[in-house]
Design a protein. Sequence first.
Length: 484
Amino acid sequence: MDISQFFTSADLFGIAPEIILTVTALSVLTLEMLHVSRPGIILMVAALGLFLAGALAINTSGDEQILFGGMLVLNRFSVFFDFLYITIGLLTLIFSQGYLEKRGSASRGEYPALILFAIIGMMLMTRANDLVIVFLGLELLSLSLYILVGFLRHDQLSNESGLKYLLLGAFATGFFLFGAALTYGAAGTTNYNGIVTAITNNTILSDTYLFLGIGLLLIGFAFKVALVPFHMWSPDVYQGAPTTVTGFLCTAPKAAGFGALIILFNRAFVDIHYQWQDIFWILSAMTMTIGNISALIQHNVKRMLAFSSVSHAGFLIMGILVLNETSISAVLFYLVVYSVVNLGAFAIVSAAEQEERGLNLKDYRGLAAQHPWLSAAMTIFMLSLAGFPPTAGFVAKFGLFSAAVSQGYIGLVIIAVLNTLISIYYYLRLVVNMYMQKEESTLILSYKMLAIVFVGLIAIMMIILGITPGYLLEIVTEAASTVA
């Protein structure tokens, strides 16, 4: 049998980053098996694998490439997401070292391995040109996250969150798979090019099956990115998961979900996207409003940031509603800023977390007097999430709002602006506790110096991007142009 009829050397080179990450993850597990489980060594091996994967991704960032007979597509859009996942994964591993030592799980090699497998799944989702590949990537990502959420085996809350996420995640996966099956039944293919050809040539077997399939696919994605009303898992799971995993969970998988959703509606369903704009409008308005109102009444920092994450998904879905080059580039810029800011915020929360303290807003009273630099960084993160100038969060929201206004969605932008004003209250409540409330007792922060350096760099980067966003805007515009 000639193996070249299934794939070529170009196909293998195209998925070289995934191969490198797989080998790295297996190497980490092998080191664990050989009892070479010092956290520093495992971190170095995992970081080396991520750097190599990033270097290989650069080599594939030229012209668009079609791999494995049209199953995967490589372009600047997919490479942009590859780098975003790799960066988030690397920062998560760095921020996790001190936290895992504190929780007694620092020497468990499966933690970085699961992070790497999750990154591979996300890469497949945004490289996919076929619903089957999206499903495979989604499952690899989900299985890794189920274990990571319940990673603290002796923590009852972590176990409960892992079980909730497993049950609800499996339920949502069923919706996605049934949607893919109905789409296949209507179009006769799961390949994006084949689906758009069937729609354009009006050779769809059943419009009813197709629209049911798209609706079920949308439900599957809505669960992954926590859109209302499919968001209720997120506050419980975010609260119970290890704090650094929560930071990973609310950034990279959300980016993967929106990336895959952009490709799906911009490639497979581009001719009927206009028929779903009312649905996206409603999802956006409901998600940002309910997420913000729910966050107002939270006293637990992780639950507050969880509902904040829901509201940001509502802002991001505005980009899917408009779906042109301007809105896609705005979504990409927003995802970078949102991801980096949340990672930094959760890194500080993980440093402050103790047995009985560090997760309630009142625990942060007077923190600025004890840890002025970390408090300043957290303030920058909160201001950026709220969209204050001159932070990068302001530029990100301005880009999305401008794209929506240009297409006539004035009402939705007014709702988004009102929600932004509402969010200021709960973001600044944390800042007020740090700077303007008298400390009740000393909050001891445990952290690694490397993690603190990266937190500081992230805070500085948010200010720089808020003042001079041109370089990142060029990158996201170039990435968006390959799919718009």
